[in-house]
Ligand binder design. Structure first.
Ligand code: TYD
Ligand code: MG
Length: 454
């Protein structure tokens, strides 16, 4: 028998190289090549035959396209991230760090769905007892919930074809192995093969498949590019394991909007949806303190109020710039703009900036609030009370508009804020009751207006 040949496969893009090297020859990412067994030509080439449809040309208008029927999971925040619910034959990838709550959420969702629907939970990670214990602790109704503990792909596929559940959860894709391949479960080749076969089954039979995927320490799913293009929807579970808040973010969705988020709190009774998430990202200190500024950020269609905190302190040595939940490069840029266009210097100061509640903010509309928090801390002066801020800051010191300004203002009013410093271009045409708008065009103007306010 021929000896098994080892090759090196990239955990990012799945490309392979005959020898180990520091950089992937295909995607160029460093330190991603891992040793695996070279897969000989697949044993059964015709296994992909069923993937191709009838080769007949059609015009798009001939094809009858029904609006997909949505199957709500009964967990409102999960449905929101999914774009309204599950879709028959759709494949969802739910990624996240170990212990963040993927299994808990899907067990809760399946329990809700199992009333009246045929659902199946396939676990390759936990034993039946462990899952049953968790379900009991969560007081879930599991009478109709079917469980399979199995990691062999072919057995799972056969069972799914036989049982034809409406929804099947695979927890997790990294534990499955196909006997068509000789590499170990969790390897790039296995993950890719198992996901491809399950996707094919979903498309053929209309079973909705939810795949659980673990995220590696640098924040990517094992074989992420490979999996992300195969599935219809990619959801990421985010959150700080030290706090109980969890976000589910849609990063790809063929059936809905991306960047839509669902917000949860992890309690001793499992994950609970949070319908008013803004309140949770505002820190609960009783009185106003210097260095704190409230930002209205936009996540998908949802405005969120988040407190931005800055600490500016005399530096001893190389000044440090550190951010939590915000882009560190952007902080350096903002400090340069502050110096150049408002004459405020921080070169001898350490600057730390934090978004409260473990939320990650990537939109540039946070810029102005970061600057205001920094200035407030530097001058040791609290910002005016009940003030919210948003707006992007450009290199020329200009303040640019943020998308969906009106909605942001309305959310602020809802939470009792009475003043808003926002870009001139976002100024509402008709005043919004309950909020005074301070529209600014430039950074220096913003600083001057700040001095005028009490
Ligand atoms: P789990 O769903 O097992 O995470 P994943 O499948 O993403 O790895 O979540 C486990 C964590 O959640 C664990 O640290 C305990 C916590 N937890 C609660 O706080 N309350 C609960 O009711 C449950 C079921 C779990
Ligand atoms: Mg799990």
């Amino acid at each position: 028998m021929a000896r098994e040949k080892t090759i090196y496969a990239c955990t990012e893009c799945g490309a392979s190289a005959p020898k180990w090297q520091g950089q992937c020859p295909d995607c160029g990412v460093w330190n991603t090549l891992v040793e695996t067994i070279a897969e000989s030509t697949p044993v059964n080439k015709s296994r992909f035959a069923a993937l191709s449809g009838a080769s007949r040309l059609q015009t798009l208008s001939e094809i009858v396209a029904n609006e997909e029927d949505r199957l709500p999971t009964g967990i409102g925040e999960f449905d929101r991230a999914l774009g309204g619910g599950l879709v028959s034959g759709g494949v969802v990838l739910l990624g996240g760090d170990p212990g963040i709550g993927k299994s808990t959420l899907l067990l809760q969702a399946l329990s809700e769905l199992s009333g009246g629907r045929h659902v199946l939970y396939v676990s390759g990670e936990e034993s039946g007892q462990q899952i049953a214990m968790r379900a009991r602790r969560l007081a879930l109704d599991t009478k109709q919930l079917q469980l399979l503990t199995e990691i062999n792909l072919e057995k799972i596929l056969a069972l799914l074809r036989l049982e034809k559940p409406q929804v099947a959860v695979i927890d997790s894709i990294q534990t499955l192995w196909s006997d068509q391949l000789s590499s170990a479960p969790g390897s790039v080749a296995q993950v890719r093969e198992c996901a491809a076969q399950l996707t094919r089954l979903a498309k053929q039979t209309g079973v909705t498949v939810i795949l659980v995927g673990h995220v590696t320490k640098d924040g990517a799913l094992a074989g992420p590019r490979v999996l992300e293009h195969m599935v219809d929807t990619v959801l990421y579970f985010e959150g700080d394991t030290h706090s109980s808040f969890r976000l589910i973010r849609a990063v790809k969705n063929r059936y809905g909007a991306v960047n839509e988020i669902g917000v949860f709190a992890m309690t001793d009774r499992g994950l609970k949806g949070v319908s008013n998430p803004s309140a949770m990202f505002l820190s609960q200190h009783g009185q106003e303190v210097p260095g704190s500024c409230v930002l209205v950020t936009q996540e998908g269609t949802r405005p969120l109020l988040v407190e931005i905190q800055a600490l500016v302190d005399q530096s001893h040595g190389n000044p440090r710039r550190l951010t939590v939940g915000l882009d560190a490069q952007r902080l350096a840029m903002l400090l340069a703009v502050l110096h150049r266009h408002a004459g405020i210097v921080c070169f001898d100061q350490d600057v730390f900036v934090n978004a409260v509640g473990g939320v990650k903010i990537s939109e540039p509309a946070a810029d102005l609030s970061v600057l205001l928090a920094i200035v407030s801390s530097l001058k040791n002066k609290v910002l005016p009370s009940k003030l919210i801020v948003f707006g992007e800051v450009g290199l020329a010191g200009e303040i640019r508009p943020a998308p969906r300004g009106q909605e942001r203002l309305k959310e602020a009013v809802k939470l009792g804020f009475t003043r808003a410093m926002i870009p001139e271009a976002n100024k509402p045409k008709h005043p919004i009751a309950g909020i005074e708008v301070i529209a600014v065009r430039r950074v220096d103007e913003a600083m001057n207006r700040l001095r005028e306010l009490d």
